[in-house]
Design a protein around this ligand. Structure first.
Ligand SMILES: O=c1ccn([C@@H]2O[C@H](COP(=O)(O)OP(=O)(O)O[C@H]3O[C@@H](CO)[C@H](O)[C@H]3O)[C@@H](O)[C@H]2O)c(=O)[nH]1
Ligand code: MN
Length: 404
């Protein structure tokens, strides 16, 4: 059973220091078995593609960590040219692509990738009447990928994000860093002034309680962006040319009780631990809360992680965010959310989940009831959203029967 009652895997319960084999992400040629999909052999997929027939690149690693346990989820309303830049890092993994926009448009996936692709028609077919709860015209459609994945870990990235370089000029393997973050514990109950104590070259500082050095299971790894920062429209308007060039070599656990703005642009999480709370909400063009898809997930996830004793990390890895969306378009989409976010954050800061909610699913259901009751007074939209949260759980249970 999943959602917090299952005994945690020992690798996340113990005070562990992971060492990665030297072969990890080296450039040895692929073996013939390397790109087999390990998903359910009878997928509910829209379109599924194995690259074995299409040939494979010789510049990808032979045995990357978590290859069989991690899916990469990409929402796209554009094209997937960006995958060429990521090929050395992503090609060994399975991609779940969620296509937004007109289903008649053919999305071309560069050769050699192992992927499944879903468009709106597929989602309608798979979810039936529940499909309306998966928002489009926004990056929120990515959460459909979380529903259909069968893997323990998810990495999700936007199609306008590229490989960043560290200050020495070396390409950053963002996926590798996310995996390090997820496979090492977090420290939500006591802040370590040398940041993540589980990184090589760091440790707990003097005065850190020994009783807490085992840490907590890490549920989320939130990565950052060089070049275009993830600003809201008003900040974009006053600083149109600002670019982030500051590389901060740090990973921090977001403390218990603190909230943070989580961007979906460069994000990884343990789907088994927290997937059921990673719903990106009702944020499409017909809704008033556009561009708050990832923020909604952040608030729900954090309040539940705090209740369950899971950790959330932020910091490394960086990706290169290439595009700034037009600020005035963003302002039109965001203005209601900007107005509401003060009430929403206040609500989440005061939420308490009962002791009887002991799984993530139970927490999420309880949270949806509180959203209905308390935020429903702010606007009827939140009553619809509370219903959608319940539908998300129903869909999760239907598509993941063995996880409940
Ligand atoms: O209608 C749409 C619009 C976009 N997408 C895909 O979603 C991601 C992100 O889109 P985009 O790059 O346009 O948005 P940003 O503002 O740069 O990204 C951040 O805003 C957040 C709120 O929506 C989002 O979570 C962040 O990543 C791209 O892959 C688009 O192709 C879409 O599917 N449908
Ligand atoms: Mn973008």
């Amino acid at each position: 059973m999943h959602g917090g009652t299952t005994p945690l895997p020992t690798s996340t319960c113990q005070y562990v220091r992971l060492t990665f084999p030297p072969s990890f992400f080296s450039s040895s040629p692929l073996g013939s078995r390397a790109l087999h999909s390990v998903c359910d052999p009878t997928p509910i997929s829209g379109f599924r593609h194995s690259p074995m027939a299409a040939g494979s690149s010789s510049s990808v690693p032979s045995d990357p960590l978590l290859r069989d346990e991690l899916d990469i989820v990409i929402p796209t309303a554009r094209n997937l040219d960006f995958l060429e830049a990521w090929r050395p890092f992503f090609q060994p993994y399975h991609l779940i692509i969620v296509q937004d926009g007109n289903s008649k448009n053919t999305i071309s996936v560069p050769g050699g990738f192992d992927y499944e692709l879903y468009d709106r028609n597929d989602i309608d077919r798979i979810l039936g009447p529940r499909a309306a709860r998966i928002s489009f015209k926004d990056s929120a459609c990515r959460c459909f990928g979380y529903l259909v994945s069968k893997k323990k870990y998810i990495f999700t990235v936007d199609d306008d994000c590229f490989v960043a370089k560290d200050p020495s000029g070396k390409q950053i393997n963002a996926l590798e860093q996310h995996i390090r973050n997820l496979l090492t514990p977090s420290t939500p109950f006591f802040f370590n002034t040398l940041y993540d104590p589980y990184r090589l070259g760091a440790d707990f500082v003097r005065g850190y309680p020994f009783s807490l050095r085992e840490g907590s299971p890490t549920a989320v790894s939130h990565g950052l962006w060089l070049n275009v920062p993830d600003y809201d429209a008003p900040t974009q308007l006053v600083k149109p040319n600002e670019r982030n060039t500051r590389y901060v070599d740090a990973v921090l656990t977001v403390p218990k009780g603190a909230f943070f703005p989580m961007s979906g642009m460069n994000l990884a999480f343990n789907r088994e631990l927290i997937g059921q709370a990673m719903y990106f909400g009702l944020t499409d063009d017909s809704q008033p809360n556009v561009r708050y898809d990832d923020m909604w997930a952040a608030w729900c996830v954090k309040v539940i992680c705090d209740h369950m004793g899971f950790g959330v990390k932020t910091g490394l890895p960086y990706i290169w965010n290439s595009k700034a969306r037009t600020p005035l378009v963003n302002l039109r989409k965001e203005h209601e959310g900007i107005y509401w976010q003060e009430d929403i954050v206040h609500f989440f800061q005061s939420v308490t989940l009962s002791k009887t909610s002991v799984t993530v699913q139970e927490c999420y259901i309880e949270l949806s009831q509180q959203v209905r009751e308390k935020l429903g007074k702010v606007d009827a939209y939140f009553i619809k959203l509370a219903d959608a949260m319940m539908t998300w759980i129903e869909a999760w249970n239907e598509l993941n029967p063995s996880e409940n």
